[in-house]
Design a protein around this ligand. Sequence first.
Ligand code: UDP
Ligand code: MN
Length: 602
Amino acid sequence: MKRIGSIEINVHLKDTETKRFNNENKSKQFTLPIPNGELKDWADKEAIQTDRERFGPGENGKRVIIKNQAEKDLEKRLYRFNGFNALVSEKISVNRSVPDARSEKCKQRKYLAKLPSVSVILIFYEEHFHTLLRSIHSIINRTPKELLHQIVLVDDYSSKESLKAPLDGYISEHFPPIIKIVRNQKRLGLIGARLAGAKSSTGEVLVFFDSHIEVNYNWLPPLLEPITINSKICTCPLVDGVAHNDFKYRIHRNGARGGLNWRFSYKQLPLFPEDKIQSNRCHIEDPVMMGGLFAISKAFFWDLGGYDDGLDIWGAEQFELSFKIWMCGGMILDVPCSHVAHIFRGPMDERPSPRDFNFLTRNQKRVAEVWMDEYKQYMYMRDPEYAETDAGNLTRMLAVRERLKCKSFDWYMKTVAYDFLIKYPPIDPPSYANGAIQSLKYMQYCLDTMGEREGNRVELYPCAKSLIWPHDNQNWVLSADRVLAARHENLCLNIGKHTNERDMPVWMWKCVNGTYNNQFFYYDRKHNWLVHGQHTHLCLEVIRENGKPQVVANECISSRRRQRWKFGTVNNTMLDNFFHNMPTNKNNKNISPRYYDYDSAN
Ligand code: UDP
Ligand code: MN
């Protein structure tokens, strides 16, 4: 395994510095002026009222359950192929009504009477026919005619027959002639498909959407107004959810700030108090867009060079575009008065990779090389694969950065994304042990969060390639707080009150600073034990339940190989002193909090 050579540590924000950035530097790039010009109430009140009178399965965003046993097989098959319940989708009208997601304040808001026209770009690959149609119908039904210049559908070389002649036929029969279909002659992936769509678009503003969405009432004017005021603003709607199992429309009222950790994972942190949606602010400055749904001036998009066309298939494009928007004089705003729902997929059959190389790592390296300056090393030091990856030719994007005199990544991190810099320090604070945790009895298995949230049990899953630099789901840390936490989530391993019960479940809960009762862990190197509890002790153990390996806690027994674990990296010096300076009571204020309690601050 190759390791990156020298790593300079030159980015470390002290607390006082962060406060200074908080107060003085906070995104002063633009203050959005009050719109200047005639205002108009854009909401189509009549259509909203008519929608309220619709009835039938799934209307008003209600859920639909399939009860007919004869359809269960088909339901399962379609679900697995699409990652959502496509049979339920077929039971629901393509014109279904949705719950009005707007707050009372948003309903009262007027927007500039003169707004630019848009090209809505929907890219699709093997999309479920009926669901694609609902996306288009919702746009046609809920977008002012005078603003909707065109809808550009990009078929990314799908093989499904329904997406060929039947789609063409449906469109010419049911929709006005503003719909254009671009058919890729080979599979380009999400990035290439969006670029192809953008090249065919003639509206003043481009709106990018996934192909399984439903727009909410009056979604467009709030997105367009900021762009009208300043064409270097990119806007994002608040993304509601359509549940993948029953198609219930779930309104998301609270936004979040998007950003990244040092493994190129998209992360969200709570809004700042002044950005709370209940407050009067119409816009939230967002360091990294969620990626699937956004609006941007066509001229600005092309001025930024579009997406880097060296990015292949999907991955890292949301970072690329977000970094360059901010660094090159623009701004990303989330607009809480605009709601668009997206179907977040559930479990599905894996599709074969369209490439025989790791395009994701390559994409990430391209973005790091062009935009992240000295910070790129914090990515590289966490995954040796970057060193072995050829990023390809970067001249076109480097020239964009040069031409637009874009600011440094240091400026971006410290001014725009400083809360991420605090939550995810470039250099991890010292810890007793970290990395993947491998079972020494069943060596193919490692502890894994399975991407689950708090309240779930920790599970076992085949180990990452590198125990030292595993992916997020297997990246654990026995932190200075003496808790065993998923490094990039606020998730700590927990065991209930110790009893004589056998095979106690091991849960993941929010890390609680300085309260050691249920989250205290020790790594006993002599026995390779992961010991839970400060006063009474239980050891993590692998058992087989119905043939499936499970993590439980039991009395520590040195002859049991099932209780032995290996950590990716162990800090022996620190572990030698583990029991020195132990806090004696749970209210001890000297305990340094490793985890910022963002969730409770929200
Ligand atoms: N897509 C595409 N080509 C691909 C992969 C995806 O055009 O090779 C489209 C896909 O149909 C969808 C969008 O890109 O409209 C985003 O992909 P997806 O919805 O699978 O991502 P998710 O939202 O699940 O993260
Ligand atoms: Mn999607």
